[in-house]
Write a protein that binds this ligand. Structure first.
Ligand code: NAG
Ligand code: NAG
Ligand code: NAG
Ligand code: NAG
Ligand code: NAG
Ligand code: NAG
Ligand code: NAG
Ligand code: NAG
Ligand code: NAG
Ligand code: NAG
Ligand code: NAG
Ligand code: NAG
Ligand code: ZN
Length: 777
């Protein structure tokens, strides 16, 4: 019997590590072998003598190898294999024309990538299409059907209007390409709105609207509002405007937030936004195809009637139109009213920023929006390198492919990096290497609209991903500017990111020993480098917030202490071209190369080590910090006087710390020769993130499942700690008494949900037979 088992193990072993035999079948055979072994007591034998006796056998060596990590020499090969010049060439190639979601270019770019992946040596690459609701602007070549804003004189004659598209500033930003959409806000409601009142609402944050209506008593009912871009997600600005009954909203980029060069240089003479440049972007709140929330947009899907959808707050209820500051100037100079306070002022020259009200000289403002909402096909390209030992564990690396025009920064800098990473890994595969776990690559469609491609894919495969996905690594924009690394991550993965950045040489090799060094010096000199919490706004959202898969989001960033700006200046404008990157954001492509290496090393590390490089103590620290922040921002006496105590939350956090420390200790001392033990703790680490999700979702946001991290309900881009609690407490004091009472009940309910969730997550780290804390801890 033993012999038979040994032979089963041996032949299976060759299959598993060989390249020709299908890995999945091989590992199924292998697992059958192992299970048989356990059943007959072979591998579980604790008897040292019997183990020693069989140590010589090939099968036993094979068995031991299953608990070993991959070949570390691959690390250097991978880093050296990644070339800046290739990324430059990828970017040049992929920014030759606009590639907007749902257009012919959506398909051709996906198909190009699929073919290249197969040539590069990936095991497989497929296209995954979804039919989803997208949105397109009016016709930029026709005054009758183009989107625009107009000023009418008191007789109703049009005396001024915004241009129908951005001015062409150089050959590279060929705005005349019919495939480059004119400035528009996707999904904003179409129609024509006219009003003689225009009110300036600063950044359009909820507090800005409170200030206008409560402190300044300005009536917004029916008025058109103008907001500057920045600080929060534009969809939230539109939603706030709707909540306060504005009839339309104009969004513009103020030089204070997008063009701060002291000499006033703008693109193409610098990277700052020129007055003609416009930020496009979606205004839909929420992730995924608007017509199939929670489910994939495939052939059998039920699609909500569009009339039902129209009524929901996620779907913009008013026309929105984005413009450049050269044109905002005209509108702001036509405004009347009191001057705004200093913090509300922008930096357009010769403009006195006023709150507004009736336009001067009985003028009228007209906003014309011809957007259409259409169901079209968007494509994900999915590539795969199968794992040699644990093919059923997936490390996923993803980037979106759709852009608002040429997208040289967003997202094509990331796509160029992804394609170089697959080439480098593919060539290792061609040489015979194979990671321990499977590595998958996702090139997502329609991210710009509502993180659609990745969300639909996660929705379609949520059960399999929920059981098998180890981690998701997102690269949207690879390089905003050549300055410092910017990372958002699950606390489980902080240490993995630190470790990976320590082995990647810094692009400024004469100044810094490695990426970790520059990252630390430029973000948090006296401690470990700063890592952001993950809010929303890119493709990690469905993985992290919906499915509870530990995620990382990476890019190189500008110096935001030197430049107090809202994003890189040409964000989502037609000027985001190859020239922008080669002349300003990363002329040497060394930062692109570095990001590719970091991403590659993290993926290799997660895919190839026997014990997953996850540290559950990171979550304990994060919970402690969140609790402290919560206490700092919420008066505890006040909470207590409303019947809310922080005692049990504190207790839960403390207990989580204790269990996490014990678990970490256990992982350190694990018998690394026991593949079952290794697999068990790996699963516990991989699934801890799932433990922080609530199937019911957050109040009013059933598809937001992560109880610890969720985008703020006031700013979709930002993450908010204990989001259920924070949202329930928001503005509670200004509510009418009975509504306030209801809201306090919600606070208490959310407090219990938070405590429950932390306790639940802790229970997954306890000894597997000790479900209750007392049993074996
Ligand atoms: C649209 O109308 C404006 C103002 O009359 C004019 O300057 C512009 O050339 C027109 N554009 C097109 C594409 O017809
Ligand atoms: C846009 O309008 C022009 C005429 O101004 C027309 O030639 C063109 O076909 C239109 N494009 C679309 C997509 O309808
Ligand atoms: C607005 O009014 C509120 C309530 O009266 C007050 O607390 C707050 O300080 C005011 N805000 C500003 C910026 O004046
Ligand atoms: C908006 O209009 C509705 C319906 O007329 C009204 O009930 C509500 O109070 C208004 N909201 C604000 C903030 O003025
Ligand atoms: C961009 O860089 C190229 C090469 O360095 C240079 O010839 C060109 O003048 C630059 N263009 C601008 C607009 O700065
Ligand atoms: C703006 O102000 C400057 C200095 O105050 C002045 O020289 C210039 O003519 C003004 N420009 C316009 C367009 O009003
Ligand atoms: C604006 O309209 C009001 C009343 O409709 C009128 O009294 C006033 O003269 C007009 N002002 C201008 C500058 O046309
Ligand atoms: C508004 O959008 C709908 C649906 O996409 C479309 O049928 C209609 O023609 C559009 N109306 C205008 C004024 O553009
Ligand atoms: C950045 O600008 C905002 C207003 O636009 C201001 O509130 C903030 O304090 C500024 N931060 C720095 C570091 O200058
Ligand atoms: C906290 O709330 C209590 C009760 O509502 C109040 O008396 C106290 O002044 C508040 N403390 C602070 C620092 O706001
Ligand atoms: C925890 O909750 C229990 C049950 O509601 C309550 O009796 C106890 O006082 C709470 N403990 C603290 C420290 O708040
Ligand atoms: C689980 O039990 C083992 C053996 O009793 C012990 O060494 C380990 O610390 C425990 N782990 C946890 C997380 O309590
Ligand atoms: Zn992007």
């Amino acid at each position: 019997m033993e012999d038979k088992l040994i032979y089963t193990g041996e032949s299976t072993m060759q299959s598993v590590f060989g390249r020709k035999v299908p890995v999945l079948i091989a590992s199924i055979c292998f697992i059958v072998g192992i299970v048989t072994g356990v059943l007959i007591g072979y591998f579980s034998a604790k008897n040292a003598d019997s183990a020693a006796a069989s140590e010589e056998s090939t099968a036993y060596k094979v068995f031991l190898k299953l608990a070993e990590g991959g070949d570390l020499s691959v690390q250097q090969k991978l880093l050296e294999g990644i070339k800046a010049e290739n990324i430059r060439e990828n970017l040049r190639e992929m920014t030759r024309y606009p590639h907007v979601a749902g257009t012919a270019e959506d398909f051709t770019t996906a198909e190009d990538l699929r073919k290249k992946w197969l040539e590069q040596g990936l095991d497989d690459a497929v296209l995954v299409p979804y039919d989803v609701l997208l949105s397109y602007p009016g016709n930029k070549t026709s005054n009758n059907t183009a989107n625009k804003a107009q000023i009418l004189d008191s007789n109703g004659n049009v005396i001024w209007q915004t241009p129908l598209e951005e001015a062409a500033l150089d050959k590279a930003s060929s705005t005349k390409d019919p495939r480059a959409p004119p400035p528009f806000n996707a999904y904003s409601k179409n129609g024509t709105v006219e009003n003689s009142r225009l009110v300036y609402v600063n950044y359009g944050r909820i507090e800005d609207f409170f200030f206008i209506t409560r402190n300044k008593s300005i009536d917004l009912n029916g008025a058109i509002v103008i907001a500057r871009y920045g600080k929060i997600f534009r969809g939230d600005k539109v939603r706030h405007a709707t909540m306060f009954n504005a009839s339309a909203i104009i969004l513009y980029s103020d030089p204070k937030d997008y063009a701060v060069d002291p000499n006033g240089a703008v693109f193409p003479n610098s990277w700052w936004l020129p007055g003609t440049g416009v930020q496009r972007g979606s205004t839909f709140i929420g992730n995924g195809d608007p017509l199939t929330p929670g489910y994939p947009a495939v052939d059998y899907s039920y699609r909500e009637p569009i009339e039902e959808l129209e009524k929901k707050m996620e779907m913009p209820q008013i026309p929105a139109h984005p413009i450049g500051y050269d044109y905002a100037k005209e509108l702001l100079n036509t405004m009347s009213g009191e001057e705004v306070p200093a913090s509300w002022r922008g930096a357009i020259s010769n403009v006195t920023y006023k709150f507004g009200g009736y336009l001067m000289d009985n003028k009228t403002l007209r906003v014309v929006n011809h957007n259409t909402r259409e169901i079209r096909t968007t494509y994900n390209a999915i590539g795969i390198i199968r794992g040699a030992v644990e093919p059923d564990r997936y490390v996923i690396v993803g980037n979106h492919r759709d852009a608002w025009a040429y997208g040289a920064v967003d997202p094509t800098s990331g796509t160029a990096v992804l394609l170089e990473l697959t080439r480098a890994l593919g060539s290792l595969v061609k040489e015979g290497w194979r990671p321990r776990r499977t590595i998958m690559f996702g090139s997502w469609g329609a991210e710009e609209y509502a993180v659609i491609g990745s969300t639909e894919w996660v929705e379609q495969y949520i059960k399999a991903l929920g059981e098998r996905a180890v981690a998701y690594i997102n690269v949207d924009i690879a390089v905003e500017y050549h300055y410092k690394l910017s990372v958002g991550a699950s606390p489980l993965l902080y240490e993995a990111v630190y470790a990976a950045t320590k082995v990647v040489p810094d692009p400024e090799s004469t100044m810094f020993s490695n990426v970790y060094d520059s990252w630390q010096k430029r973000t948090n000199p006296s401690q470990k480098p700063k890592i952001r919490d993950l809010g929303s706004g890119s493709d990690f959202a469905p993985f992290f917030l919906r499915a509870g898969i530990p995620s990382i989001d990476l890019c190189y960033f500008y110096d935001d202490e030197e430049w107090n700006i809202s994003s890189y200046p040409l964000y989502h404008s037609v000027y985001e071209t190859f020239l922008l990157v080669t002349n300003y954001t990363d002329p040497t492509f060394k930062w692109h190369q570095s990001l590719c290496r970091i991403c590659g090393e993290i993926a290799r590390y997660l895919a190839d080590t026997a014990i997953l490089p996850m540290d559950v103590r990171g979550y304990a620290t994060k919970l402690e910090t969140m609790l402290k922040n919560f206490k700092d921002t919420n008066n505890e006496t006040w909470l207590n006087s409303n019947g809310v105590s922080l005692g049990n939350l504190t207790k839960a956090v403390n207990e989580f710390r204790r269990v996490a420390d014990a678990f970490h200790e256990e992982v350190q001392n694990i018998n690394k020769k026991d593949p079952f033990a290794v697999r068990r703790v790996n699963d516990q680490m991989m699934l801890l993130e799932r433990g922080f999700t609530d199937p019911a979702g957050l109040p009013g946001r059933p598809l937001m499942k992560h109880v610890i991290f969720a985008p703020s309900s006031k700013n979709t881009y930002a993450s908010s700690g204990f989001p259920g609690l924070t949202d329930a407490l928001f503005d509670i004091e200004s509510k009418a008494p009975d509504e306030r009472m209801k809201q306090w009940q919600l606070v208490k309910r959310q407090m219990a949900v938070a405590i429950f969730t932390i306790n639940s997550a802790a229970s997954t780290l306890r000894n597997v037979t000790g479900l209750h804390g007392s049993m074996s801890n």
